[in-house]
Design a protein around this ligand. Structure first.
Ligand SMILES: Cc1cc2nc3c(=O)[nH]c(=O)nc-3n(C[C@H](O)[C@H](O)[C@H](O)COP(=O)(O)O)c2cc1C
Length: 278
């Protein structure tokens, strides 16, 4: 994988190390937990080919020890973004529909798989609608320190571009994108079978990245720049503090951001004392 670097087995996974460092020395560290969430933007439900690829990634991640969950966007009521910009300051959307439920699921995951079919050379409207509503999450760097990947299916073409776009969205959210799979099925009867196989391997790569056995140095530089760009937003909103200290948590405790921490922050006051969660 381009930009990926395998660490030697002797290297302690960095996320695990950070977790252990925050744990009381008198107790065994909690078991390393990783949760991978798949989000599919096809409106075709169980008939969706894209859903098959998302599920194959989750299967691969599951084989590597992750717990997995798959969400179909068509099952949720997600209104279009109204452009009010309040989420940039508050980190939460003020519209009352199912979006915040999905944002909380994202927040709770260590890895995220985004999937969309190609619709007129782009993601589906359903997926774009969801991405637009993530503007506040992007400003608050919701997935900072996490990992993701993307998949797409098409009749003929456009899958690679959709994968690239969705991986870019993951980067904007602060996550490292470990790769992608696309399958164009019209003139290739094996495309889906091959795609599912590649997607399972991608799932194992994703789980490896979460566990800290792979590094992505090029993206780490890019993400540091994105993170810096959004610093004024998340400092102003108080929704993310780079030095929040979290203790006593399993895998997810490595996150830079946590819901109860967010609620404790004082919006608009970046000089608030640091938050220490127990
Ligand atoms: C509205 C619409 C637009 C589409 N646009 C394209 C396209 O631009 N290029 C393409 O190759 N396939 C296109 N397709 C075909 C789908 O991308 C393809 O069948 C895909 O596998 C469907 O995914 P799903 O089964 O997950 O819904 C389009 C299909 C629909 C319904």
């Amino acid at each position: 994988m381009e930009g990926a670097e395998c660490l030697s087995p002797a290297t302690v996974p960095h996320r695990l190390l950070r977790l252990q460092n925050t744990t009381d020395m008198n107790h065994e560290p909690p078991p390393f937990r990783m949760k991978v969430l798949g989000i599919c933007g096809s409106p075709r439900g169980s008939a969706s080919r894209t859903l098959r690829l998302v599920q194959a990634v989750l299967q691969g991640a599951g084989e590597a020890g992750a717990t997995t969950e798959c969400l179909d966007l068509w099952m949720y009521e997600i209104q279009p973004c109204t452009g009010c910009m309040l989420c940039h300051r508050m980190g939460e959307c003020v519209q009352r529909d199912d979006f915040m439920e999905l944002q909380r699921e994202l927040e709770d995951a260590d890895g995220v798989v985004l999937g969309s079919p190609v619709y007129v050379d782009n993601v589906t409207g359903m997926m774009k609608n969801f991405v637009d509503r993530l503007a506040g999450a992007i400003h608050c760097q919701l997935l900072h320190g996490k990992y993701g990947c993307s998949v797409s299916t098409s009749r003929d073409s456009g899958g690679d571009e959709v994968v690239a776009y969705l991986n870019h969205v993951l980067n904007l959210l602060g996550a490292i994108a470990v790769g992608g799979v696309s399958a164009a099925h019209r003139s290739d009867p094996d495309a889906m079978g091959r795609g599912e196989e590649e997607a399972r391997a991608l799932g194992r790569t994703l789980a490896g990245a979460i566990g800290g056995t792979r590094r992505f140095p090029e993206q780490e530089v890019l993400l540091a720049e994105i993170h810096e760009d959004f610093r004024p937003s998340y400092w102003r909103s108080g929704r993310m503090h780079p030095t929040i200290i979290i203790t006593g948590r399993s895998g997810g405790g490595c996150r830079g951001m946590r819901r109860d921490a967010l609620l404790t922050c004082t919006p608009g006051n970046p000089t608030e004392p640091l938050i220490q969660l127990q």
